[in-house]
Write a protein that binds this ligand. Structure first.
Ligand SMILES: Cc1cc2nc3c(=O)[nH]c(=O)nc-3n(C[C@H](O)[C@H](O)[C@H](O)COP(=O)(O)OP(=O)(O)OC[C@H]3O[C@@H](n4cnc5c(N)ncnc54)[C@H](O)[C@@H]3O)c2cc1C
Length: 386
């Protein structure tokens, strides 16, 4: 007979998604263990840019969920756990050439359809923002988005009483039965009533039927420039071209220039189909740097002090995987957030915590959450679609 649970819920993975779920569950009075092979924010959540952006999301469920998550992130930043992590700031999308200008038209349509917290405040040429370079033909200025370093949010969430940290501890095996889930941690076993699997790019190690693949992104950080010169993120519209149902090859690199509070800039990021965090590719970085300087020439004065690759967990259909496994409903998946997990983490944490408590999803997001269900990868569902 299986042993009684040590915890109401075990959370596999101390990235921003697992940490947000843990914060919400502990707040509801459940006992929660967070298990991580390394420690908090050890993977994608510690290697990301941190844009909390609706503009950059694929149209449809993801963009609507991002809009809801942005609103909720703002709530959690007003005296809540994200008070020291989330910063509201303007954001800008720039483009050059026909493909990017068309993507900017589509962006304005998308934001109008969502009618959420992100509004177009200006749309014009280089004159909209002093300091832009000749690499900008058109600029759309947005109000309502923000920035949140993943590692800060993770630490803030995990500080909540009621969360038991279990790291470093690698999960070697997962077994579910009718009463709970048992984790094999090598030296010991841990049993919980439910498991939330927020394992990011490592998901297929334990759930090989789920098509999560690694997608690397090269980033670099500059030394300090004059603080405040660029008031918010500057995103090339090429980035939007990659976030559609039929991703188009962008003619120019999809660069995002993000000013940090320190006066430094974090600039990224490429999309490469490999999972090697040690592969820093100078040719790609050079392309990103060249386009960055063309858009914001002041960057030419700064040194690059660090370059690194972060690994995103991507899913073939471009949507995360969130919800109970059809054949093991005590296991809730929360993975595959690719380049969107910082933005989505607040809402997903709240909704997965509801699922773990046996509650239905919130009405406002139920249909869009349903589109993320792991059941879309079960054989029956695929046959049904054929
Ligand atoms: C270069 C780059 C730029 C990005 N920019 C943005 C951005 O601007 N905005 C945005 O919203 N998102 C961005 N993202 C995406 C965002 O960082 C991720 O979507 C998000 O961090 C995913 O969080 P997670 O908790 O799902 O996974 P992760 O943070 O990857 O956490 C998974 C955790 O599981 C642990 N783990 C794995 N296997 C095991 C095991 N067997 N046992 C125990 N623990 C295990 C790992 O140690 C890790 O801590 C970016 C990502 C990258 C790489």
């Amino acid at each position: 007979m299986p042993q009684p649970p040590d915890f109401d819920v075990a959370i596999a993975g101390a990235g921003i998604v697992g940490a947000s779920v843990a914060w919400h569950l502990a707040g509801a009075g459940l006992s929660v263990a967070v298990i991580d092979a390394t420690g908090p924010a050890a993977a994608a959540s510690g290697a990301s840019d941190g844009a909390v952006s609706v503009a950059s999301k694929k149209p449809g469920p993801l963009a609507r969920l991002a809009s809801a998550s942005l609103l909720y992130t703002r709530v959690l930043s007003q005296g809540g756990p994200l008070a020291g992590a989330f910063q509201a700031r303007p954001s800008y999308v720039f483009g050059q050439g026909a493909a990017e200008l068309a993507a900017m038209d589509a962006l304005i349509v998308k934001l109008g359809q969502i009618a959420g917290p992100v509004r177009v405040s200006a749309d014009g040429g280089r004159g909209v923002l002093p300091g832009l370079g000749t690499g900008v033909e058109r600029l759309v200025a947005l109000d309502g988005e923000g920035h949140m370093p993943g590692h800060k949010a993770v630490r803030a969430y995990l500080a909540r009483p009621g969360i038991t940290p279990v790291w470093p501890a690698r999960i070697m095996g997962i077994t579910a039965d009718d009463a709970g889930v048992t984790l094999d941690l090598g030296a010991r076993r841990l049993r919980a009533g439910r498991l939330v699997a927020a394992l990011g790019v490592s998901t297929p190690d334990h759930f090989p039927a789920l098509p999560v693949i690694p997608r690397a992104g090269q980033l670099f950080i500059t030394d300090r420039g004059p603080a405040g010169a660029l008031p918010g993120s500057l995103t090339a519209a090429a980035y939007l071209l990659a976030k559609t149902d039929s991703p188009a090859a962008a003619p120019l690199p999809p660069v995002v220039i993000d000013p940090l509070a320190t006066g430094q800039f974090i600039i990224g990021s490429s999309r490469e189909d490999h999972g090697d965090p040690l592969r820093v590719d100078f040719a790609t970085l050079r392309q990103l740097m060249t386009r960055s300087v063309a858009a914001w020439p002041m960057l030419a004065e700064l040194r690059v002090i660090r370059a690194f690759a972060g690994i995103r967990a991507a899913v073939a259909d471009g949507l995360p995987i969130v919800g109970p496994l059809p054949d093991a409903p005590r296991i809730l998946m929360a993975t595959g957030f690719e380049g969107d997990g910082i933005c989505l983490s607040a809402l997903i944490g709240a909704e997965v915590a509801r699922m773990a408590r046996g509650l239905p999803p919130s009405d406002a997001v139920a249909a869009d959450l349903n589109a993320l269900s792991p059941s879309r990868f079960t054989p029956q569902r695929q046959e049904g679609r054929a």
